[in-house]
Structures are given as C-alpha cells and as structure tokens.
Design a protein around this ligand. Structure first.
Ligand SMILES: Nc1nc2c(c(=O)[nH]1)N[C@H]1C(S)=C(S)[C@@H](COP(=O)(O)OP(=O)(O)OC[C@H]3O[C@@H](n4cnc5c(=O)[nH]c(N)nc54)[C@H](O)[C@@H]3O)O[C@H]1N2
Ligand SMILES: Nc1nc2c(c(=O)[nH]1)N[C@H]1C(S)=C(S)[C@@H](COP(=O)(O)OP(=O)(O)OC[C@H]3O[C@@H](n4cnc5c(=O)[nH]c(N)nc54)[C@H](O)[C@@H]3O)O[C@H]1N2
Ligand SMILES: [Mo]
Length: 765
C-alpha cells in the first residue's frame, strides 16, 4: 500500500558522480514503474499507463509534445509515466490532514513533502486570523469568492492566473468569466515560459506558434536543438529525432551542458534501444555560453550571406521585408565578439555553417534556454532571420519549432488566456456573448506581482499552478501574496502557494486529466492543443480522486453565476452540463475551430491553420515575413562572478518534485547542487564537494541569497553555472526580465559563490 514520505524537512543530501552519456533505455522504464507502483499500486499502474496518449484515452499531463499518427501501444516515456503517477496517486489529503498540520506547520515543509501527501479532496477555507484551513461546502466556498470579487472597487483589483494544464473548454470559460467580470488581468505560466517565442514569432512571421508538424521533423535534413533538454523534459521528442536521423538528418545541439538525452538515445520502444547501444543523436555539439545564441546565429547569418548561393533569393524577394537593413547589420558581425559571447571556437561555428549550407530543409527547435534571457526576443528573431535567408519556412521538413512546456499551454492561449488580447478576439467575444469586454490590457505575471506588492490587486485567483514557487524573486513574491485580501487556488495537489496566502485563502480541489468527468449525467471529454497546433480530445479513465470533486469548468460556471448573476446572458448552467455546447461557442469565436465538435471526434483530432506553414502567407504588419536587425547582446558576469541558469532535474515537473535524483547528470539524494566548470571552480578556489551560498547581484546593488549548495565540478561551459529551479528562484530579481516579453531571466543570473563549512561536510544552516 503506497505511503507518503515520513520525515520532513526532507533530508537534502546530494551525492554526485558526473554526467551520463545516454538517455532512456531500461533504467527509464524501471524508474517510472517504481514511482508508479509507489503512488498507485500495481493494478492501477497498468490500467493508467496503457491509456496515456491513446486515441480514446487521455492526453498525458506531462509535456506538450505531439502524439504520432499511430501511437505505440505503450506510447510511453519515463517522465510522462511519472506525471501520470503523480496525479493518479491513491493517497489523499482529507480535512483531518489540515487539523494535524496547521498553516505554520505546512509553511515549514518542503515542496516535495507537500506534493507527496496525495490528492486534495475537499474545499478548504483559511479564515482571517485562523491558524489552519477548515473544510467548507462548495456553495460556501464559491460565495466567499463571489462576495470578495463583488466588493472590489474595480474588476482590475482581481487577477486570474492560469497554469498550462487547463483544458480548452475550461480555459475558454475562465477567460470569458474574467472578461464579463470586467478585467483582462489574465497572467499565465506562459509569461514565464515561451512568451519570448510568441513575441518574436508574432512580429516576424505573423503567427506566434511553431510552424512544423511531426512529419516535418521526420523529413528534415538538419535539426538544430538549441536551449532545450528533451531527454528530460520532452522525452518523446527523442523518438522523433531518432526517426529523423534514421532518414538521414543531422543534428546540431547548442547547449552549455552536455545533456545525456541529446547524445545517445536508447529508445525503450525498440530492442536495439533496450539492449543495444541506442542511437547517437548529436552530430555537432556547440557548447555555448549562456546567452550567446544571438551572437552565434548572427554570425551564421553573416556567413550564409557571404556564401556562394547561401540564400534563397526568390523566397527573400517574394515573401520578406527588411532584407537590406538586416544585411547591413549582419555584415557588421565580427569574430572577436562572437567568440567571446559564445565561448566557441571559430572552427566549430564554421562546421555548423557547412551543415547549414548542406541542408535543404532545416528545423530549429528551442525551449527555455533561449526564452529566459534579457535578449530572448532578438535571439529568437535571429533564428527566424536564418530560416528566412534559407527559405526554410512554409515548406515540408523545415521551420520554427518552439517546444512548449505544459500539456495545454498553447491551447490556453488560443482560447484567450492572455493579458493583451487582440481586438479581433474581443470583437468576436462581444458578438457571440453580447457584452462589452474590457479593452485595456491587463497584468502579466511580473506585473501582477508588482500590483500585489503595491496593494493594487486584492484578489488572486489561480486556475492550477504554483504561482509563488514558480515566480521569480521568491521573498518579494511571497510578501506580495501576503498583502492580498483573498487568494484562491484551484488545485489537484498541495503546494507552496497554499501555504503563503492572503488574509483569507481557499483551496478548491479539482479533477485531473486522468479522471472521468461526469456532468449532467453524461461522461464529458475535453480537448487540448499540442505544441504543433494539433487539437484532440482527452478522456479520463479513472474514478475521480474523490466523489465530491468538481471539474475546472464546473467551478468556473458556478462561480460565474454567483458573481455575474442576472448581468450575464451566458448559459453557464448549460455549459456546466454539456461541454459540447462550450465547443460550439469556441467554434464561433476562435478562427480555425469551425465544426469543432465534428472534427474533434476524428481519432487524432485536427490541425489548426497556420498561414506561414500552409500557404507561405505572413499576417504581419508589413504583410511579409520580417527580417529584423537588433544589436547583438550577451550577458557578462564580471570578475569572480558566474552566470547561473536555473533549470529542471530529471525528477521534477516544474515545482512538483517527483524525487531527489537527477540520473542523467549523476546527482542523487538531493537538489541543492550547483554545477560549476572545473576551471572556474579552480579560479574561485571551490573544491568539488565543498559547500557554498549562491548570492545574486542585481544592478541596483541589491543581493539575494540561496544558502548551502553542494559545489559539483561539471563539464558546463566556462563561466556558466547551473542549479535547480524552484530552489533558486529566490535569486532571480523581479525586475530582471526579457525586453518585450517581460519573461523573468531565469537562465542568466549573475552570482558569486561564498564558500561555507568545510569541504565534504554539509553546512549546519
Ligand atoms: N519531466 C518534465 N517535463 C517537463 C517539465 C518538467 O519540469 N519536467 N517542464 C515543462 C515545461 S513547463 C517546460 S517550459 C519545458 C522546459 O523544457 P527545457 O527548456 O528543456 O527545460 P530546462 O530544464 O529549463 O532546460 C533548459 C535547457 O536549455 C539549456 N540552456 C540554458 N541556457 C541556455 C542558453 O543560454 N543557450 C542555450 N543554447 N542553451 C541554454 C540548459 O542547459 C538546458 O539543457 O519542459 C516541460 N516538460
Ligand atoms: N527559476 C525558474 N523559474 C521558472 C522556470 C525556470 O526555468 N526557472 N520555468 C518557468 C516555466 S517554463 C513555467 S511553465 C512555470 C510553471 O509555473 P506553474 O504552472 O504555475 O507551476 P507548476 O509547478 O507546473 O504547477 C504545479 C501545480 O499545479 C497543480 N495542478 C496540477 N495538475 C493540475 C490540473 O489538472 N488542474 C489544476 N487546477 N491544477 C493542477 C498542482 O496543484 C501542482 O502543485 O514556472 C516558471 N518558473
Ligand atoms: Mo513552461
């Protein structure tokens, strides 16, 4: 019988042994079955894992990587299995739990411990001045929220956050409710994630989404994977890379770290992968310095311009704008600063160039390594410049591939979860629902934190996620949250955001992806959109974690009726009983969803239109694909300092910690580890196995500290350290954000390391 971990604070005592050079294989299966069995027991494990990503089953709550046309019987990946086990656990958090654990006690627990207690079952209320959460009925809980919302001086004093697991149906209702209530304050996890991709792509190609399908990847000549660790975060992408390689593709990896999954993949679906050597994936590894990518791509662009027949002149003439200005900027690139920015050798960049020139179809994939820097938007635009030069957008086997995080983060945006909606979307809402939506832009994540801090926002409502742990500048964010009058979280699992609350707080437990959702006497299904713009159905198979749970859609419908009352002409009650009616409305509001209910009934679903991909049409301000020519930037840490990136271990899902190992990087039993290049460590006098505090230095002179990290010598790029998120979020200054997208710069924080204790012994703090 599964049990939650006993002791806490969990002993964080990491041991390290250096990076592995292959990913997946048998250990991946062993590890995921082990976790699944501990959370779910044996029978439930089998029932659940067989339904992941099957037609007629549920969409994996892990990542947003698309399903192949014909899913393998066990369309299986280690971290998908862990995500499912985390949700489908048989452990429960019942009202008595909160009696044994008053707020003070919960606030002292690790995120790992909180998450391992099991699924939330009952609405819980923390009254002002009370020391613990107490059970409340759904009616009372929603009345409490409604009373507080109605008492606000302005709808803009409320913020409605979304994490990216919310279904299309729930997301559509949620944004509709917020806008009928009167605000565009709809920040989401995307603000901290791929916002830079959306900003850069919207401006340059006219659509803020990727332009490739899975088949394009399979057909590419060259795939560049920059700033991404698919072995851990998108394991099924390795299968696609393997298939592309078998068809003759070459792969360039651009990363400060030698990530195991990108080196060699042992596909657990094939005998060769299970027992044999697996497939070598990367042909050229560019071990770049943090934030050096814009300089790298600018130099490649200059070299492409200079090469004989390097550019697709017909494409450039017919489809693009701004070529002359860009050419001037690119020709000015010089080697000295490029090599300093990238930390690469000239020969390495020339090797990449010859692979680019030898490819007729290039795909560039990226994730957080490119999106979470000050200059992320110009970096991604520079990638677009390369693809435009080569005519590599809007043809098979080529294009841009931002690889999304949360399983429906892209769909949530499509459904209108966005603080800066465009006028056409609001016009469509107005026509369909007969109300005047607010036109003024709302608050994104960082601006919401500032507004909470400054007392301008009083109600914080979250549809999923773990806002205080995922956001930057933990101390500032937690103080800001404590200033709210009411904080509300619709959640499946306990997390830090339930422990750092406004004067009053509510936990509203909800159904997960894996569970049957029966409303109006009928089994409902929901839909999601993957990273490549495919929309398909998701049907839970398990009995709900508790019979009293409401779906996210039901919660929104009931709350909307209470808050909006007679003022709303929207049929909230009908929507709650029949999700098909929600889809009918989506079909009339969101372009590309015509005949939504019919088309989503097809196995595998349907593809959303994408003008650049489908017809080489670029719906930008100029009507063409735009070259851009931003000045090249790159971060520099200064003497005695390092640049720190904050990233994921192999045993976590964002702020949800599955376990304390990071197998591929050789870290076990703990998370407070900082990976440092041996050359840097020698210069700084930091022995392998010693301990140090990480101190971030921000330009206003302020300092932030994360104490007690195990210093681990590791082959990361010179000058560039790495440590896990969310333990290091305390180091990311709230005001350190990307230009244009306002995304926190989680991948370049200037730090110094202050040695503590003696080598080999953990500090007492
Ligand atoms: N199992 C699991 N799956 C997940 C998640 C999870 O936490 N666990 N999270 C989901 C979410 S929300 C997201 S957004 C994705 C995240 O997926 P990733 O972006 O792969 O996640 P990170 O761990 O942040 O890894 C960043 C990668 O970029 C590299 N990198 C960092 N800075 C730079 C740089 O300046 N230049 C270059 N070229 N590389 C750099 C790092 O070394 C690392 O390999 O994964 C999703 N899937
Ligand atoms: N320093 C640093 N900070 C980062 C990042 C980084 O790389 N470095 N990455 C950023 C990125 S890419 C992202 S996407 C954000 C993530 O930010 P969030 O999406 O806010 O955080 P998660 O940890 O994914 O949220 C986990 C919680 O979601 C709830 N949950 C899980 N499934 C469901 C569901 O089906 N419904 C509901 N209602 N709730 C559910 C559970 O209660 C769980 O505790 O963090 C960002 N923060
Ligand atoms: Mo993300």
């Amino acid at each position: 019988m599964p049990q939650p971990p006993s002791g806490d604070p969990v002993q964080d005592a990491p041991r390290t042994s250096g990076p592995q050079d292959s990913a997946a294989g048998l250990p991946a299966i062993a590890r995921s079955l082990d976790m699944a069995r501990r959370e779910m027991g044996v029978r439930r494990t089998a029932l659940t894992l067989l339904n992941v990503n099957q037609h007629g089953g549920f969409d994996c709550p892990g990542c947003a990587w698309p399903e192949p046309d014909k899913p393998h019987t066990a369309e299986f990946c280690e971290n998908g299995a862990k995500a499912v086990a985390e949700e489908a656990t048989v452990l429960r958090v019942r009202p008595e739990f909160f009696d044994r654990h008053p707020l003070d006690d919960l606030a002292g627990r690790s995120g790992y411990w909180l998450g391992k207690q099991g699924r939330l079952t009952t609405p819980m209320y923390l009254a002002e001045g009370d020391d613990r959460y107490r059970p409340v009925s759904w009616e009372r809980a929603l009345e409490l929220v409604a009373d507080e919302l109605r008492a606000l001086d302005s709808p803009d004093e409320a913020v409605f956050y979304t994490s990216g697991r919310t279904s299309n149906e729930a997301a559509f209702l949620y944004q509709l409710f917020a806008r009928e209530f009167g605000t565009n304050n709809l920040p989401d996890c995307s603000n901290m994630c791929h916002e830079s991709s959306g900003s850069a792509l919207g401006e340059t190609i006219g659509v803020g989404k990727g332009s490739v399908s899975l088949n394009d990847l399979h057909q590419a000549d060259l795939i560049i994977v920059a700033g991404q660790n698919p072995g851990t975060n998108h394991p099924r992408m390795l299968t696609a890379l393997e298939r592309a390689k078998q068809a003759g593709a070459r792969i360039i990896t651009v990363n400060p770290l030698p990530e195991a999954g990108l080196r060699r993949f042992k596909n657990p679906q094939t005998p060769r992968g299970l027992a044999g050597p697996g497939t070598e994936l990367t042909d050229l590894f560019l071990q770049i310095r943090l934030g050096g990518d814009q300089a790298l791509f600018r130099m490649l662009n200059k070299l492409v311009l200079e090469a004989d027949q390097g550019t697709d002149d017909a494409f450039i003439a017919e489809h693009t704008h701004g070529f002359e200005e860009f050419t001037q900027a690119a020709r000015a690139a010089e080697w000295e600063s490029t090599l300093r920015a990238t930390g690469l050798e000239r020969e390495e960049i020339e090797a990449a160039l010859s692979m680019v020139l030898g490819s007729r179809r290039t795909v560039v994939c990226w994730a957080m390594g490119l999106t979470q820097h000050k200059h992320s938007v110009p970096t991604i635009r520079e990638i677009v410049n390369l693809l435009l030069l080569r005519g590599d957008i809007g043809k098979p086997g080529a294009g841009v591939c931002p690889v999304r995080g949360h399983s429906n983060v892209q769909g949530d945006r499509t459904m209108g979860i966005f603080e800066r909606p465009d006028a056409a979307f609001l016009d469509a809402l107005e026509r369909e629902f007969g109300f005047a939506p607010p036109r003024e832009h709302g608050l994104d994540t960082v601006r919401s934190i500032r507004a909470l801090r400054d007392g301008d926002v009083k109600v914080f409502f979250a549809m999923g996620g773990n806002f205080v742990a995922a956001s930057p500048d933990t101390a500032v964010t937690e103080d800001a949250m404590r200033r709210a009058a009411l904080t509300v979280h619709v959640s499946t699992k306990l997390n830090r955001s339930h422990c750092v609350t406004g004067a009053r707080a509510l936990i509203l437990p909800t159904l997960g992806r894996t569970e049957r959702d029966v409303r109006g006497g009928r089994e409902q299904f929901v839909t999601v959109e993957d990273s490549m713009g495919m929309v398909h159905a998701s049907r839970g198979r398990l009995a709900p974690a508790d019979p009293g749970l409401l779906s996210e859609s039901a919660i929104v419908c009931r709350l909307a009726r209470l808050v909006l009352g007679e003022d709303s002409a929207t049929p909230w009650e009908e929507f709650e009983r029949d999700y098909g009616l929600i889809r009918d409305r989506v079909a009339r509001v969101v372009p590309g969803f015509e005949d939504f209910n019919t088309r989503v009934a097809e196995p595998g679903g349907f593809a959303l239109p994408h003008a650049p991909r489908d017809e080489r049409r670029f719906p930008t301000a100029t009507g063409k694909a735009n070259f851009t020519a931003a000045p090249v930037e790159f971060p520099e840490a200064g003497p005695g300092r390092l640049l720190l990136q904050t990233l994921r271990s192999h045993d976590q899902y964002n702020t949800t910690i599955y376990g304390l190992d990071d197998r591929y990087r050789g870290v076990r039993g703990g998370r407070r580890v900082v990976l440092v290049n041996p050359g840097d460590a020698a210069e700084l006098g930091l022995a392998d196995g010693s301990y140090a505090d990480l101190v971030s230095e921000w330009r206003d002179g302020s300092e932030r500290r994360a104490p007690g990290f195990l210093v681990t010598h590791y082959p990361t790029a010179r000058g560039c350290a790495a440590a896990y998120y969310p333990e290091t979020n305390v180091l990311v200054p709230l005001d350190s954000t990307a230009d244009v997208s306002n995304t926190p710069t989680s991948k370049s924080v200037v730090i110094r390391l202050e040695p503590v204790g003696s080598a080999g012994s953990a500090p007492s703090s």
